[in-house]
Every structure is written in structure tokens, then in C-alpha cells.
Design a protein around this ligand. Structure first.
Ligand code: 8DG
Ligand code: MG
Ligand code: MG
Length: 144
């Protein structure tokens, strides 16, 4: 039987912002194990980016997404795995529908828990793609 060629996958990842803080969780996953990462996951068939972002946020944190805007897109190959992966990631900036909602941790096998972190004092280590964005001077906050 022919080997199936690996194909790029699409992900939607959210910068959920509150004041000067961003929502991060420490990953329990083969890619980026133990690093602080943004909520997000794989785009499902027929979903808009916003629908995917809202669904992943609910699945991973129990939070209800409010308004979301497109920020940027990246394309990255992860070779540090038994099976190489290629992800095209759509990054959205989002706020919560109700800013007083408290994040839960419904997927404890995938994440240690979620919290708000000051953008000027981010925890370490950051997930590789997020780390690269921060180092390049990327800022997810709306310019005022
Ligand atoms: P799903 O089964 O819920 O659909 O997917 P998931 O388990 O939530 O996927 P994920 O690993 O959280 O996200 C998919 C890929 O997106 C991840 O393997 C690599 C890529 N990715 C980045 N940066 C970030 C980030 O900051 N956070 C998350 N969650 N994924 C990221 O390149
Ligand atoms: Mg997910
Ligand atoms: Mg995820």
C-alpha cells in the first residue's frame, strides 16, 4: 500500500486580551510540551476562523468569545516530532463576551490550566511560535 504523504493542517489560535494581559496555558501535548501557549486548535470542515476560535476557546477554557479580529498568519514546520507536522496558523485577537468570566480547565490532559499574564512580563518558556512572534516585536494589542 502507498504511504500517505503528510499534508499541511490549518489551525486557529487566539490572543484573548484583557487590559494589558493575555490568556495563556501550560501545554500538555507532544508539540510544545510544558510551554505556555495560546488557546486554539484545528480548523474543522466548513468552519469560519471565528467559529473555530470560539469553539476551541470554549472546549479548552469554557470561556465565551466576544468580538474577534484577524491579526496575522504563520506557516511553520515542526520537525522535532516523530512525525513532522506543517501548520498554517491563523491568529485572531479576541475579547471575552463577558470580561468577568473565569477560565476553567476542561482538558486537563492537554493543559495545566489557564491564567492571565501581563504582556510585559510573560511566563517562560513560551511555545516556540509565540516566542518567535514576541521576539520579533509582534504586539497583539490594538493601536490606540
Ligand atoms: P483539537 O484536537 O482541539 O482540534 O486541536 P488541539 O489539540 O487543541 O491543537 P493544538 O495543538 O492546541 O493546536 C494546533 C497546532 O497549532 C499546534 O499543534 C501547533 C500550532 N500552534 C502554533 N502556535 C500555537 C499556540 O500558541 N497555541 C496553540 N494552541 N497552537 C499553536 O503554531
Ligand atoms: Mg483544542
Ligand atoms: Mg489547543
Amino acid at each position: 500500500m502507498e504511504e500517505t504523504q503528510p499534508v499541511p493542517r490549518v489551525g486557529v489560535v487566539l490572543f484573548v486580551l484583557k487590559g494589558k494581559s493575555v490568556l495563556l496555558g501550560r501545554r500538555r501535548a507532544s508539540i510544545g510540551e510544558s510551554t505556555f501557549a495560546l488557546p486554539g486548535g484545528h480548523l474543522e470542515f466548513g468552519e469560519s476562523f471565528e467559529e473555530c476560535g470560539a469553539r476551541e476557546l470554549m472546549e479548552e477554557t469554557g470561556l465565551v468569545m466576544g468580538k474577534a479580529d484577524f491579526l496575522t498568519v504563520t506557516s511553520k514546520v515542526f520537525l522535532d516530532k516523530s512525525k513532522p507536522c506543517h501548520y498554517v496558523i491563523i491568529f485572531l485577537r479576541a475579547v471575552l463576551a463577558d470580561p468577568n468570566q473565569v477560565p476553567q480547565n476542561p482538558e486537563p490532559d492537554k493543559c495545566d490550566g489557564w491564567d492571565w499574564y501581563d504582556w510585559d512580563n510573560l511566563p517562560q518558556p513560551l511555545f516556540s511560535t509565540l516566542d518567535e512572534m514576541v521576539r520579533s516585536g509582534f504586539n497583539p494589542f490594538p493601536s490606540t
